[in-house]
Design a protein around this ligand. Sequence first.
Ligand SMILES: *Cc1c(COP(=O)(O)O)cnc(C)c1O
Length: 228
Amino acid sequence: MPDLPSLGQRLSTIDDQIADAARQASRDPALITRIVVTKFHPASLVRELYDLGVRDFGESRHQEAQPKVAALSDLDARWSFVGQLQSKKARQVRAYCDAIHSVDRDSLITALTNDESVVPLDAFVQVNLTDDQGRGGVLLGDLDSFVDRVENAAGLKLRGLMTVAPLGEDPRPAFSALRSLSEGIAARHPDAQALSMGMSGDFAEAIAEGATHLRIGTAITGKRPDHG
Ligand SMILES: *Cc1c(COP(=O)(O)O)cnc(C)c1O
């Protein structure tokens, strides 16, 4: 049996693929942030990734992320919260994250707003491009006004838009749609043109459509221990 690729090999394979996709799109790979999503993995794996040079990490569940980030507070890492977030947990998440990619409700804006002179929290507005209203994200008809409210919230820095491509379909139309929406808000929000899109199975398509922040889990970390 051939040996399974190591963590370092998987990381460099994905980084090569990111660079290739960027070149094909005539984009500079240095302008693309690769966030490694470490949910369900122990702090020790984050440490290994850190030693391999990774600085941007993502988590999606507060009860798991909070102790993990605390155990890694000696690292100079940046943490992004990418999962659905309950308003009543938002203040706590804000305390240990540098960015939230799933801002999609007014109650979340309220909970994340901070009038004290803190470092602003990077905020991505999640857009729901599926027909399923139960999935996270702002519906298209509400997007413009919602984006304005995030922009005006004290202590939040609007960075751009985020989406998860619909399951079981070609992801490219969704990524293209997010890019168009971003262009649509560019006149009012010229500093909020970031696009958080692309996961293990679809990051190349996302790069082709202008992704600036990739959220990649299993392709780098391997199978998630508890939930495969
Ligand atoms: C888990 C997760 C990812 C990473 O998914 P992979 O398919 O493992 O790359 C990206 N975005 C969100 C919102 C997630 O919850």
